[in-house]
Design a protein around this ligand. Sequence first.
Ligand SMILES: [Zn+2]
Ligand SMILES: [Zn+2]
Length: 329
Amino acid sequence: MRCTTCRATASVEVRRHHAAFCGPHFLEWFESQVRRAIERERMFTRADRVLVAVSGGKDSLVLWDVLLRFGYQATGLHLNLGIHEYSRESEEKAASFAAVRGAELIVVDIPTEYGVGVEGLAEATGRVSCSACGLSKRYLFNKLALDRGFDVVATAHNLDDEAAVLLGNLISGNVDALVRQSPVLESTHPALVKKVKPLYRIAERETAAYAVLRGIDYILEECPNSVGARSLLLKEALNLLEHQAPGTKQNLYWNFLDRVRPLLRAQREPAEVRSCVHCGQPTTAEVCAFCRMTERAARRMRVRTAAGQDREDAVDVFAVGPARSAAER
Ligand SMILES: [Zn+2]
Ligand SMILES: [Zn+2]
């Protein structure tokens, strides 16, 4: 296998582009894909302050690395989710990455701020952990970006993530989510910060290769709560297709963006966005989903202490309706 650019021995194959690259040319190709995403989708410019959501995993550290190399004003935001050893190690990876590069990292500790970690929030409100976690992340990224005057929030969702989410939304017929799915979410409310996904053209194995070639040290473990998650099953299914027919993920996602989504958008009025009466953050309901979740958790913990009852009783007192999807924004 020879490098498409220089004919030297290739180390990374990109089958969907009928290409293979040596180390240096792979890095060049990778960065050109990210640059194209940022420019083609008008994500941000050098004048913008970018808040990068940094988990400590390979995708987010790779994204941060590329943006810093490009000379963007990229500050990291790490949320410590309170998932014990996994969260401790994740924060450590994010902090040492920042220290080596002299980059600014903001850390928010959820157990300190809200009294419980995301698992506690989930347990107290009848949500599954991944749902409480996703909701908390979306809320806190937006709130922090707004409070600290950032122009845009960048997340490290890659092609595999986006294709799996798309497949999941198609299977469950989640039209609202399909209408919203995009590499760029413009601000549609004064309290809603623009969101972008600069890695949407890049496959997961390519961010792994980039991390190895650049010597980026990231947390290898997946979140312990993601074991058996539906998103992993969908990714596996897409990998099977990709293996037999390279380009399947890219075609699925890009054809959706270019051909299907415009038709959906033309048919569907976007839900009206207003301000949460408690916290002022954007929501389509009177009280945002995050406030509802944290209030339920706080109320249940008070009940538990006051009455000295066990957990099941407390759940009965404040029985929670069906967990709302995170479709509040
Ligand atoms: Zn080469
Ligand atoms: Zn709220």
